[in-house]
Design a protein around this ligand. Structure first.
Ligand SMILES: [Zn+2]
Length: 288
């Protein structure tokens, strides 16, 4: 990117951003993808992406939330996944709210996530909108993401939960390009207890947080030889003692919260060397 465009665009981006942008992380300051064919390099928590594409901010059955963060870029397969999930939402009368994908060239973010670095991760809010309602830009920045659990009781908050949320989670899990999905253990436990066919729950992995959104991660795409796959999870539906331990830990943590410690921003040190060329290479001015 030329110095001139940096001078014009960067202050605008910083002004528009709700969260403070930390200096010293080039990845969050580069405003556009690297031109060229898509390629994922490295892993979800130490990686980057060349040739990423932007998810349009509003599409059939979805809308991007917090667009000021400029984290709506990903591998074309990720963008296609969101668009298809949106169409499946439309068929059910709903519009999905889409959280972060990745930065224009991936890489570590100064706040919010350790993963989402390789253009293969996307957060989908559980909360949905009616199909025909589009939120104002202001609302996309300020509407809060409501939790779906009562963590101290270890149960889903059924006054908020809807079978529609389960439907979208299931459709995402059934997508062949999806490698795994993270949800709060309390949500997975509830599904283990209520689903007749639990085979799709294998991909649904318990993790901290993820009580207001689910986090979808795609498998390494065939065009990306330098993409580092994640260790496979054990076979089976995962409705087991390990999940019960997760739920117990979540309840304990909710009952005796530790003092909040601001996490250190992730370091860019461990990124594959090939990511240097992604960060400093030329900008894609037009989406391919
Ligand atoms: Zn996420």
């Amino acid at each position: 990117m030329s110095a001139r465009f940096t001078a014009i665009l960067l202050p605008l981006l910083l002004l528009a951003s709700a969260a403070p942008v930390r200096a010293g992380n080039g990845w969050s300051e580069v405003a556009y993808p690297l031109a060229g064919p898509p390629e994922v390099i490295g892993s979800f928590n130490a990686g980057c992406i060349a040739g990423a594409v932007a998810l349009p901010l509003v599409g059939d059955g979805y809308q991007v939330m917090r667009p000021s963060r400029n984290r709506y870029y990903g591998h074309p397969a990720l963008v296609r996944f969101v668009e298809r999930l949106g169409q499946q939402a439309v068929a059910r009368g709903a519009r999905l709210l889409i959280g972060d994908l990745g930065q224009p060239r991936g890489g570590p973010m100064p706040n919010g996530h350790r993963s989402h670095q390789s253009g293969l991760d996307v957060d989908v809010w559980f909360l949905q909108q009616p199909r025909d309602r589009t939120l104002s830009r202001l609302d996309t920045e300020r509407i809060e993401m409501p939790t779906m659990v009562r963590a101290t009781d270890g149960v889903i908050n059924y006054s908020r939960w809807s079978p529609r949320y389960r439907d979208m989670l299931r459709l995402a899990a059934l997508s062949p390009e999806v490698e795994r999905i993270f949800v709060n253990p309390i949500i997975k436990q509830a599904l283990c207890d209520s689903e007749m066919d639990r085979s799709w729950l294998g991909k649904v992995r318990p993790w901290w947080g993820h009580d207001a959104h689910f986090h979808v991660r795609l498998a390494c795409p065939p065009d990306s030889a330098q993409c580092k796959p994640q260790k496979p999870f054990p076979p089976g539906d995962g409705c087991d003692a390990d999940l019960a331990n997760w739920v117990r830990d979540i309840v304990r943590a909710a009952l005796s919260p530790r003092p909040y410690q601001k996490p250190e921003p992730p370091s860019a040190d461990r990124l594959p060397a090939a990511c240097d060329a992604v960060l400093y290479g030329p900008t894609a001015w037009k989406a391919p």
